[in-house]
Design a protein around this ligand. Structure first.
Ligand code: SF4
Ligand code: SF4
Length: 464
């Protein structure tokens, strides 16, 4: 079935699965606040071909859990997860049809699995599907013993006997001086870990096996060439309306999602989607671009467009969204309860928007923090986030002759000091390169730091 047929048939084919509500505590009710506009039971579900699992089109990403400091556990240092707020999110999510929760041993500075285990323990086991990963990136975890220890610890932290979806985490990346092929061999093949996981799937300890992919396309192709042996149940890829046709323009190391998706679709392997908002950049775009979308659907947020886009693809199983605040949870649930796929005209508009966005050179940082800590204290994701935010808000000027130069300069410099403390700004980067190999987006971090620092200096000098 092609996408056009799919659009016609989607409303009839949308499966629904009502999930009973948990009884929320008074504090939970307070956190949840007003009820979502949508009643329960309208979430769109997709089916896993190998098992028949019905998976909610919206997946709860556990990388940005809420903290007592009222922020996201992905971006902050010295975090303390707000368990009560997290429980409220999980209750609301389950009540409104989300059943897929995606974590990893490395998320939230290694605390995500533990806190998700506490939150999900309160929920009947048949009401949720838990996904986690073998995140054995560091060379100290490449041995069979260490990898198995990490794998077993996930069961313990999550307080489950079975893991529903297990992923080889971020294949295609490099490690230290080693290239992607060497790293893949060491992490999964030479130590027999892939065979071990296949055996555990056969025993039912894990119900589905797949991988998430970033980086070298040769490793993606190699893993798919192993499909006859591995019978991958699903694969997680980076996809959104910019990466569909323009991934290489955002980051030369990436591959267009059109290719990744097509390779999965032809093998009938469902796609799980990460980075639906391109690290947040599709949630708050340049104001003239936002105006184009608003003119078409005045009620819809910019983020809703990105989620509707992904829901328009029939082979997308679930779209992962890291939701730090209850309003994100509610809005995303509304978007997929049920999904309203984009029309052909809307898809063309989003392609136009993607092309317009690419004319403004933001840094493709997703905020994953894999590059941290910098030995010299540089707040790498914080700097990139501020720079990108200023681009999106029109506060990065190409020339001091620009009409709004003075206003933009003020906004950039004042916001910079607020977002990143002086000791952690780009001028403290000595270019040692220690961070570079950890970045799944392949960002040339020292060069970008130098570029941003030069820009900051030029702004300061123009004030003299
Ligand atoms: S290159 Fe710069 S940002 Fe990266 S680790 Fe070295 S000092 Fe830190
Ligand atoms: S620079 Fe790279 S590794 Fe660091 S937070 Fe951004 S995307 Fe992640």
């Amino acid at each position: 079935m092609d996408r056009r047929d799919f659009l016609k048939r989607l409303s009839a084919a949308t499966a629904t699965m009502g999930l009973a509500a948990c009884t929320p505590s008074e504090k939970t009710k307070e956190i949840i606040g007003t009820k979502s506009k949508k009643p329960t039971g309208e979430m769109t579900y997709r089916t896993v071909p190998t098992s028949g699992d019905k998976v909610s089109l919206l997946g709860y990403g556990c990388m940005r859990l809420p903290t007592v400091q009222h922020g996201s556990a992905r971006e902050q240092k010295d975090i303390e997860i707000d368990q009560e707020e997290l429980n409220a999110h999980v209750d609301y999510a389950i009540e409104h049809g989300i059943n897929y929760f995606d974590t990893s041993p490395v998320y939230c500075q290694g605390r995500s699995e533990h806190h998700m285990g506490i939150a999900l323990k309160r929920i009947p086991r048949e009401k949720f599907l838990i996904a986690t990963k073998l995140s054995n990136f560091a060379q100290e975890f490449w041995s069979r013993e260490k990898s198995i220890e990490m794998y077993r610890n996930s069961f313990k932290e999550l307080q489950v006997d079975t893991i529903d979806y297990m992923l080889l985490h971020a294949i295609g990346g490099t490690s230290g001086e080693y290239n992607s092929t060497h790293t893949f061999e060491k992490r999964y093949i030479e130590n027999g870990i892939l065979d071990f996981l296949l055996e555990d799937r056969a025993k039912g300890k894990i119900r589905h096996l797949g991988f998430s992919y970033h980086g070298d396309i040769a490793i993606f192709d190699r893993a798919l060439a192993m499909h006859d042996k591995c019978k991958w149940d699903f694969v997680q890829i980076q996809m959104n309306y910019v990466d569909w046709l323009h991934a290489k323009e955002v980051n030369p190391n990436n591959t267009n999602a059109e290719y990744l998706y097509a390779e999965l679709e032809k093998r009938n392997i469902p796609a799980i989607i990460m980075e639906p908002l391109l690290g947040g950049r599709l949630a708050s775009t340049l104001s003239f671009i936002a105006a184009k979308l608003k003119a078409h659907r005045p009620e819809d947020s910019i983020a809703k467009w990105a989620l509707r886009y992904l829901g328009s693809f029939p082979n997308v199983l679930t779209v992962l969204s890291g939701m730090t605040y209850m309003e994100n949870v509610k809005e995303n649930i509304d978007t997929y309860s049920p999904v309203e796929p984009c029309t052909e005209e809307e898809l063309a508009l989003l392609e136009e928007v993607a092309q317009a966005m690419l004319r403004y050179p933001s840094v493709p940082c997703t905020g994953c923090q894999y590059c941290m800590p910098c030995p010299y204290g540089v707040n790498i994701p914080g700097i990139f986030q501020h720079y990108n935010k200023c681009i999106n808000e029109g506060n990065v000027s190409v020339s001091n002759q620009d009409e709004n130069y003075v206003k933009a300069r003020r906004a950039f410099l004042m916001g910079y000091d607020r977002a990143v403390s002086k000791l952690r700004q780009a001028d403290h980067c000595i270019g040692c390169g220690a961070c570079v190999s950890h970045c799944p987006q392949g960002i040339k971090i020292p060069a970008e730091m130098q570029r941003i620092d030069k820009y900051v200096e030029s702004l300061k000098q123009s004030m003299d």
